[in-house]
Unconditional design. Structure first.
Length: 317
């Protein structure tokens, strides 16, 4: 029987004991796990925790600045590193999903490593790894491993030579949320949908350009804000938009247009291993589709993904 208060008390004591006066570096992602890990560590060691929040240029619209401000408001010792151009430069011309993931993983480690070297005498790397990540990274070592390479776990290059501390390693997602609530973290932050590490790159099918990222950020923002204002956001486990590598014909006045198609996806799930598409109300879909087509230049068609996992994974790549 899990009690968040007891967990916090014991873990903070354990971290104090283990880390003493050592410096610790942690990568914040804007997600629930890394945030809860950071707040716990902050309670234990305060300013000896150095958080780094990297903008890979593939986050949701305005997310980098908003989340960075939020972290600062929480009293975390955090540095925002805007590496969007570097990531997008390295990704130029790459269409293969696994190559995208590997490229992003590599560049992230490079950026993170550079930043960690700026912290004098840092001894530990903290990670927001939770129990299902531990299980999954074990199971992906098998022959079916190549389905998707999740780079959240075990991504430490040996030249970093840091000891690893993972305070959430034994917890499930709902327990992490309860710990977060006990720590006083904003419920809106704790209720955020999961978002993949490679970000929008795996929702832009085919190659990635800054223009495509911007189109998808705008589409995604209309969709997510719509879900929130209709009271649907918390009823959905994960939602997002996908930019398809096809154009379709439309009409505008007397003109025929040939523009982008986007797919919307919203799923119910408990752990992401299986998922059902959500029966979003037709009125909502109608409104959101109109808003997207009216507001986002370059998009003339919206489709809704009605596939469940298995076999259709949540992400399209
Ligand atoms: P799939 O698409 O495999 O996704 O059904 C299951 C869950 O995992 C997320 N996902 C990822 N998360 N790096 C991540 O950090 C990845 O490469 C990655 N691929 C998928 C996906 O968003 C969903 O929550």
């Amino acid at each position: 029987n899990f009690t968040p208060n007891a967990f916090v008390e014991e873990m903070v004591a354990e971290l104090k004991e283990k880390l003493g006066n050592d410096k610790v570096v942690l990568g914040l992602s804007g997600g629930v796990d890394s945030t809860v890990a950071a707040v716990l560590l902050n309670q234990a060691i305060g300013k000896n925790l150095y958080c780094i929040f990297v903008n890979n240029g593939l986050l949701r619209k305005n997310e980098f600045q908003n989340v960075l401000d939020q972290y600062k408001g929480m009293g975390l010792n955090v540095k925002g590193v805007d590496a969007g151009n570097r990531f997008l430069g390295e990704l130029a011309g790459i269409s293969d999903p696994e190559t995208k993931r590997k490229t992003i993983g590599r560049v992230f480690i490079e950026v993170f490593d550079d930043e960690s070297h700026l912290i004098e005498d840092v001894k530990w790397l903290a990670q927001g790894t939770i129990y299902p990540d531990v299980i999954e990274s074990v199971s992906v070592k098998g022959p079916s491993a190549t389905i998707k390479s999740h780079h959240n776990v075990g991504g430490l290059p040996d030249y970093m030579k840091l000891k690893i501390v993972e305070p959430l390693r034994m917890l499930f997602k709902d327990e992490v949320r309860r710990v977060g609530a006990t720590l006083g973290i904003d419920p809106e932050l704790l209720g955020r949908h999961p978002f993949p590490g490679p970000g929008l790159s795996i929702r832009i099918l085919g190659d990635i350009t800054p223009e495509k990222v911007q189109i998808l950020q705008d589409v995604d923002s209309v969709f997510i804000e719509g879900l929130k204002s209709w009271g649907l956001y918390d009823k959905v486990w994960q939602a997002g938009a996908i930019l398809l590598p096809v154009n379709s014909v439309g009409v505008m006045g007397d003109e025929r247009t040939y523009e982008k198609v986007v797919a919307l996806r919203a799923v119910e799930s408990t752990d992401g291993m299986t998922a059902d598409w959500v029966h979003l109300p037709y009125d909502f879909l109608m409104k959101v589709s109109n808003d997207i087509i009216n507001k986002v230049k370059g998009v003339n068609r919206v489709v809704y993904d009605i596939s469940s996992k298995p076999p259709a994974t949540i992400e399209w790549e």
